[in-house]
Design a protein around this ligand. Structure first.
Ligand code: PEP
Length: 255
């Protein structure tokens, strides 16, 4: 199974999101129906989830959210809870994206609580982890990945493994146009897999790669055996590019 998850970030209005979702459905529906081993999910901004749900319901393309708050409900102005997302039938919720770690100062404890909420409402968390350029250059990649995984999953219930997806997203590759090389991805994914196993995870927990994935490099990245899919930002907003990389995922007989 290969995952293709689109993170639309803070792009699209409700009407634009509806148009993009409609075009993706028109372009990909029949192909995805013939390729049950590829799962495509798009994550629009919260305000556009209802519009996207209306368009994608009953199609092989799923939808999810980019974040949620760690509390169940309460006086948290401007926030969105996991319960709200579950009622919108989100299948996935991204937690711990590096942009949230950076701009909203989210830490591993907070991310662990968010992940717990996502599970409580029956959705699948996509836990993002990854090193900065400074950390990579200092030879700390392995240490950073382990620290983030243990920091979030060390507190998670045993039921987490059925639902969890991990996205390895080196911060230096996000939005820069410079993807990690296949051998760097393979090495980092091996670290993630080893750490997951030490935490008690079964081998089936999918590990996605994210960071400047597009139509031009999707095939090479998806061909890395340790890569169970891709998390795509910029290229997921371009219908042609997103369809092309989805086709790359569907084209091969991945095991
Ligand atoms: C992301 O936002 O998770 C991402 C991978 O972005 P981009 O594809 O633009 O690097």
């Amino acid at each position: 199974m290969k995952w293709v998850v689109g993170n639309w970030k803070m792009h699209t209005t409700p009407s634009e999101a509806k148009r993009l979702a409609l075009r993706l459905r028109q372009e990909l529906q029949s192909e995805l129906e013939r390729s049950p081993r590829v799962r495509v999910v798009v994550c629009p901004p919260f305000t556009n989830l209802e519009a996207v749900r209306c368009v994608l319901r009953g199609s092989p393309i799923g939808w999810g959210a980019q974040n949620c708050h760690e509390e169940l409900e309460g006086a948290y102005t401007g926030e969105v809870s996991a319960r709200m997302l579950a009622e919108l039938e989100c299948q996935l919720v991204v937690v711990g994206h590096s942009e949230r770690r950076r701009y909203a100062h989210e830490n591993d404890l907070q991310i662990a609580h968010k992940l717990q909420r996502v599970l409580e409402f029956g959705m699948r968390p996509v836990l993002c982890i990854g090193e900065t350029l400074t950390e990579r250059q200092a030879g700390q990649t392995e240490h950073v990945l382990e620290r983030q995984l243990v920091g979030v999953l060390g507190r998670a219930p045993a039921s987490v493994w059925e639902k969890l997806l991990v996205a390895y997203e080196p911060v230096w590759a996000i939005g820069t146009g410079i993807a990690a090389r296949p051998e760097q991805i393979a090495e980092a994914h091996a670290t993630v897999r080893r750490c997951l196993m030490q935490l008690g995870a079964p081998e089936q927990v999918p590990i996605l790669y994210g960071g400047s994935v597009g139509a031009r490099n999707a095939r090479d990245i998806l061909a890395v055996p340790a890569v169970d899919g891709v998390l795509v930002g910029t290229a997921s907003l371009n219908e042609g590019e997103f369809c092309a990389l989805t086709r790359a995922a569907a084209a091969e007989r991945w095991c």
